[in-house]
Design a binder for this molecule. Sequence first.
Ligand SMILES: Nc1ncnc2c1ncn2[C@@H]1O[C@H](COP(=O)(O)OP(=O)(O)OP(=O)(O)O)[C@@H](O)[C@H]1O
Length: 691
Amino acid sequence: MSSLNPRAEGPSSPPPSYSAVSGLKTPPPNGRAGLYNGNSSVSPRRGKGEAANQTQCRNIVIYGYCRYQDRGCIFNHDTSNISPSKNPTSPGQSHLNADMSKRKLNVESASFTPGQSPSFGNAVMASPPQSKLSTKALEAAVFTPRMSALTAAAPPVTNAPLPQMNLMDPMIQGTNYIQPEIPPFPNLSQTFDGMSIDQTPQNPYEYNPVAPQHHQQVNPYAHQNNPGDVYYGQQSYQQPLQYHLYAPLGPHKQNLLSFQRTVHDIFLKDNIREDLQKKAEATLQVIPSITLPNVDSYHSLVPLDLHVAKPQGKNAQPQPASTFGHTSWVYKATNNKDGLVYILRRLEGFRLSNEKAIRVVEHWKRVLNANVVTVHDAFTTRVFGDNSIVFVFDYFPNAQTLQEVHFGTNSRYQNRHHGTNQNQNANTEHMLWTYIVQIASALKTIHAAGLAARTIQPNKILLTNKNRIRINCCSIFDVIHYEGGRTLLDLQQDDYVAFGKLILSIACNNPHAMHNAQKSMDFVGRTFPSDLKNFLLYLFNGPTVGVRTMEEMFSMISFQVIQNFDSSLHQNDVLESQLSKELENARLVRLLCKFGFINERPEFAHDHKWSETGDRYLIMLFRDYVFHQVDENGNPVLDLVHVLTCLNKLDAGTDEKIMLVSRDEQNCLIVTFRELKRAIEASFSELQKRG
Ligand SMILES: Nc1ncnc2c1ncn2[C@@H]1O[C@H](COP(=O)(O)OP(=O)(O)OP(=O)(O)O)[C@@H](O)[C@H]1O
């Protein structure tokens, strides 16, 4: 378990002037020599002139040197009077030695001096490095640590010179110096408990999260290990996120007592996080090797329609006509006016014969329904070297068409034989009703706006989440068949029939179910409850008198509508509770940001008003208390629960008292979270005033 003694490291801190804390005159909590100096007061701020030069500098005692020696440190730097027990090289201080040896090559160190003993003598640190180099060593190439461009570009932490090391030098070879391996990119997605696990995939394509599952076979851009792959260049600089780190690690729930929690219980569910991250990645995806022109105010076009490789240029073969009778292209693109990502659907070789046709899109822009992909604009363009018409739609990352989901080559429904398994039938029925309610809702809005959808078919309905569908490509038929001569009523009645065909094909798990409608309907009657068959009969045949109407249609599915509404509310509740978990995290991150702003500001390092007054000192010690705990063997304690508990108590400003120990282990402070909170707020507002 964690000890309450922060690791003794770093320079000896200036004595605090914090007055709100009370002294503690107890024996040292961990029994370490010198942890508590019973003679010193708890707020032992010294008068500066008061015989300071008589007092041994603690940096010398602990580290053997003081980097402020020539920069105004007023304490005594004579090393001759350090007693062996205080000498850092003594065995009793092995933890300090280990710490110091770690610090020997950091950016704050003086240049490395080969030939010196590894001990931390003052002379070694103070002597100029060049004077000790052998001739051979001087001729050798200067060692440059391997760093990624990112790391190399990072600004230096201090103005101190970086250590220059010579790998040819036998001293260095003899001391087992290992060339630092700096990972090319920091992995920001690692979970807390996955921090120490290095599971960097050998082959990033195995983890390519950008290409959705369904694209991996059919997408010519997602061939794994293919250097010709257009994603290849991109992968070379973009490290894929390591989703496997989200796998819930043990101990699993059943092994825990009811009040115990795993890290995964504290944060957003892994599957939601992964889904959202994949979507964000897909949204930001670019393919640098494909050069497409900017279209109107849209740039960074990325083709999404990857079912067939569509070559461009002089030798390009004509592409098969799409649903719309023209070769169609789907691009993801960013609008430079609002910075949002949209879908551009281009119909190649389309010449607009009537200006009024394109204005139909204005009506469609007003159709706002959660099950319709909103159309934003339509315009003609010649930037592709032909007459094209472009429709702008909302973009839903990683969306799949129902064609791909249910009838695609990789469809998980591919080998299902509906009708044989009761559980499967129940699931399929639930899914069918969910689809039915959503499409009915979309059609209600569309028909109420005096329009007809005209695209109720599997390849024009998008699945954007589990069982969440949206009718795509609305308005296109209205523009390209502007003078089609068909009445609105006809077109709307066609929507009902298309609706029936879609549901029948999914129910039978066969895209050609309509080829033998009678047989398919019999199958539905046998497999699912009769209300589904009756509903389909209504869509195909309509009522005995008159035409199909929304009111009649909804009266047949009212029970399903209510059930769907209820599930949707439940889903809403689940998402809200997930959101609230992240809300807490956001609060804690803001608190951590305050810490970051306040602690160890280099520009105020010599500003006594800032760095030596009680508040800052207290906050620094508290930071050590929260994050730098060590166990009884001096090993770091990575206890997330301790961190979260402390931060929450700090945020609440509780009256609970904790003991903070100074880094040199000479002072203990008893302080409440309330006082700490006040100190942080005071320091932060002072920073704001200075800023
Ligand atoms: N609004 C959208 N948001 C996100 N992705 C979309 C959107 N519209 C289309 N897509 C993507 O583009 C792909 C191709 O869509 P498209 O409508 O062209 O399907 P298709 O089966 O190729 O039809 P067609 O034969 O008419 O070209 C879909 O699989 C989908 O992944």
